[in-house]
Every structure is written in structure tokens, then in C-alpha cells.
Design a protein around this ligand. Structure first.
Ligand code: 5GP
Ligand code: MG
Length: 188
């Protein structure tokens, strides 16, 4: 399948699949106990689905939960507020958590989720992100597991959207000549 018009592939299916296996091996090396994967909706759903199966192949037996978070944007600048649209159902007390998100940019989303899980008594919260945009961090936070370093462009595909479209693409791409601001309310 050729990409839709204006979409340029940044990270293709083969590269993503290979990297997911490596990330799962890195996670397994941490010897997590009573592991709970918490995937941040919506953007991480495809990455999480692939990573979870790679975790299985790496010999782990994670349980899986979802949290739907949203950051409110004020024009192009994130206001820094994160809202919980859907919470996890499981008790996280005493558990090793693998927080999974699509992109680490300002760091606010991951920092918020990590603080929340730690405040609820998680033993350890490790973070896996498919993409990291360096030089964009507003809060001091790092992910233990990073798929790829991403250039400072707006990416879509592999679960990530622009105005609700392109999540279905099996690769990460960039829209050439994007002439409008992506969205005022970031649905993640
Ligand atoms: P932050 O780290 O700034 O709190 O939030 C990162 C979130 O903003 C990501 O989880 C993702 O939902 C969204 N985001 C950041 N950069 C991009 C991008 O290039 N494309 C898309 N589709 N979403 C992005
Ligand atoms: Mg997100």
C-alpha cells in the first residue's frame, strides 16, 4: 500500500517491529514483578498492542489496563493541565507498572500519569514511549524505554492522529506542508 498523498513515512513497519522486540527485551531485563501495563489512550493503542505481544515473547506475563488522558491546549502551547477522561480499574498498589505512551514531548502527560500511579502506591513505574522529541521538555522526566528519537515535526499514524484521522496507518509518518494548526483540544 502506498502512503496517502502528503504523508511521508518516517519509521516504517519493519523498523517499528524490530524495535518493539528490542524494547521488550530491555523491559524483561528489569525483571518486573506482578507487571501491569498501563497504556495511555488514545495515541498509544497500536504501540501498546504490539509491545504487549513482544513482552509475551520476551517471557513476561503482564496484565493490561488503560487510562485515557487529555491535555488542554491553549493555541499551540499546552496549558499544562492534564485531565483523566477514563481511569484505570485495577489496584496498582505494590505493583510494577509499565506506563506506555506514544510520544514524550513536554513530558507533562507522562509525568502526570507517573505521579498518579505512584501516589496510589505503585512499587515502581517504568515508562515506555514509542517516540521522544528531545529539546521539548517542560518538566524533568525521562522514559526508561524509548523506541525512536523523533524530529520536531507533527507525526501521525501507528495510533497517532491529526483531527481524528490517520490512526490506522501501520507506520509513523509526517504530513508534508501541514498549513493549519493540528488541533486546539488534544485528544491524545
Ligand atoms: P506531552 O509530553 O507534551 O505532555 O504530550 C505528548 C502528547 O501530545 C503525546 O502523547 C501525543 O498525544 C501528543 N503529541 C505530541 N506530539 C505529537 C505529534 O507529533 N503528533 C501527534 N499526533 N500527537 C502528538
Ligand atoms: Mg498521548
Amino acid at each position: 500500500m502506498t502512503p496517502p498523498p502528503r504523508i511521508r513515512v518516517l519509521f516504517d513497519e519493519t523498523a517499528i517491529a524490530r524495535r518493539n522486540e528490542e524494547l521488550a527485551q530491555e523491559v524483561a531485563k528489569q525483571k518486573p514483578e506482578n507487571l501491569l501495563v498501563v497504556a495511555v489512550l488514545k495515541g498509544s493503542f497500536m504501540f501498546a498492542a504490539d509491545l504487549i505481544r513482544a513482552l509475551h515473547r520476551a517471557g513476561l506475563e503482564p496484565q493490561v489496563e488503560f487510562v485515557h488522558l487529555s491535555s488542554y491546549l491553549d493555541g499551540t502551547v499546552s496549558s499544562g493541565q492534564v485531565a483523566i477522561l477514563r481511569d484505570v480499574e485495577s489496584d496498582v498498589r505494590g505493583r510494577d507498572i509499565l506506563l506506555v505512551d506514544d510520544i514524550l514531548e513536554s513530558g507533562r502527560t507522562v509525568a502526570f500519569a507517573k505521579d498518579l500511579l505512584m501516589a496510589r502506591g505503585a512499587k515502581r513505574v517504568l515508562t515506555a514511549v514509542l517516540l521522544e522529541k528531545p529539546h521539548k521538555r517542560a518538566v524533568t522526566i525521562d522514559a526508561e524505554f524509548v523506541g525512536f528519537t523523533c524530529p520536531d515535526v507533527f507525526v501521525v499514524g501507528y495510533g497517532m492522529d491529526v483531527a481524528h484521522s490517520y490512526r490506522q496507518l501501520p507506520y509513523v509518518g509526517v504530513i508534508d506542508h501541514m498549513d493549519t494548526e493540528p488541533h486546539l483540544f488534544d485528544e491524545q
